[in-house]
Design a protein around this ligand. Structure first.
Ligand SMILES: [Fe+2]
Ligand SMILES: [Fe+2]
Length: 129
């Protein structure tokens, strides 16, 4: 059974963003599985970097979508994205600069919290009524 899974609780009511969240969660799952399978460190890092690149793309698209809808919570949401990206980058760089072959558990906990707090509680606020 997959560790990171999209489900209906994460429905934000905007199809394009649901599709991106599904892709985001799939990329998180690839990281999880490579890590759990004991894949070589460079494969894990490649999966983490692919996730990071998509995160940047997703935040940009999501912010553009909110701007287009004149969503009043845009600035606060933008700040949350900046914080998430900063935390993601510091987790990633800590692993890159370590001599570890396995991602620490707090990395998975961070990704899990992202899904359950940011997507579920924050992204759903831009859902159309
Ligand atoms: Fe999102
Ligand atoms: Fe967001």
């Amino acid at each position: 059974m997959a560790y990171f899974v999209w489900d209906e609780d994460l429905d934000v009511g905007v199809e394009a963003m649901n599709d991106q969240h599904k892709h985001l969660i799939d990329l998180m799952e690839v990281v999880y599985e490579k890590n759990a399978a004991g894949a070589p460190r460079e494969d894990i890092l490649a999966a983490v970097d692919e996730l990071g690149n998509f995160v940047i793309e997703h935040f940009r698209d999501e912010e553009a979508m909110m701007a287009e809808q004149n969503f009043p919570g845009l600035e606060a949401h933008r700040q949350l994205h900046a914080n998430l990206l900063k935390d993601f980058t510091s987790h990633t760089e800590a692993f890159r600069n370590s001599d570890q072959n396995v991602l620490p558990e707090d990395f998975m906990a961070f990704l899990s919290l992202w899904i359950n707090t940011h997507i579920m509680a924050i992204d759903t606020k831009y859902s159309p009524e």
